[in-house]
Design a protein around this ligand. Sequence first.
Ligand code: SF4
Length: 363
Amino acid sequence: MKYLNEYRNLEATKNYLKRIEKTVTRPWKIMEVCGGQTHGLIKNGIIDLLPDKVQMIHGPGCPVCVTPLVLIDKAIALMDQGVIVCSFGDMIRVPGSKKSLLEAKSDGGDLRILYSPLEAVRIAADNPDREVVFFAVGFETTAPANALSVLHAKNEGLKNYSILVSHVLVPPAMEAILDDEFCNIDAFLGAGNVCAIMGTSEYHELSTKYEIPIVVTGFEPLDLVEGIFMAVSQLEAGRFVVENQYARIVKEEGNLAAKEVIAKVFEIGDRDWRGIGTIPKSGYVLRSEYSHFDAELKFGVESISTKEHATCIAGAILKGIKKPGECSEFGSRCTPSNPMGAPMVSSEGACAAYYHFATNLNN
Ligand code: SF4
């Protein structure tokens, strides 16, 4: 497959590992922002093959992991009201304060697992006597489809469709990590999928302000080692700019059509991040003219509150301050079949990646 198989080439990947080894002279800590990159690094053994001086720190870019616990409780409260709740499959096993969406379904709730929010709009059109809510979570990558679902529902005159929104943005999270007193990050691998939508332009200010290299990077083994090599090269040369390793997908300006759809429906607002707390201007909220599509307001669940699990250190892991192996619950009370926190459930979660693939919990 073009643009895929060549980025899984073993010899080319080994060559980049050798170039990293030759280039690095000092210890550097590089955060890969996206959970997909974390899984790529661990599943392919790259994390074990990097020189000791290059330490990868796992970032907050797992959309399921950063969705606040309370949003799951709110989705379950909607099911309790007889609403059809629609969700991507990766959310359904994440524990809420009492149960997961899947457990709520087994208790009689009407949960539909979908691949696209547009399917939820179709369900609403086919069931005019039922209320339908799509659980609209994720980073900039899923925002266009969720915004489009609202526009479709509006165009079709559907009054029984709304979304439960928890959209978060990558650059404010990177800034919050850099502002944290315990931050120890020297460079970032930017999330290639997010930049495919938003472009690279919004990262220049961040790189300049914090004097930190940002290399927008893809997900295949060759992407990852090339991105790490580019970051190490900048660090060794004392440079800090935005570079684009994923140029076959990512453009400086991003996807203008997708950005236009997002801007029609959403505006920037404060958002809560699971385990991290509120980050100002770190997510999307529905514009006031679309507030009747806001499920929290429509069903009166906005005041529901809850507390995170006391011993789950997901917040510290998402900020790159701790690694999964440092959690006392890892592999004992917390496993993929009995998860205490979202990073153990999600296909992009760091705890799940270490549980399934890691040969060394200290890497
Ligand atoms: S291992 Fe489980 S309890 Fe520990 S941080 Fe990960 S998800 Fe939370």
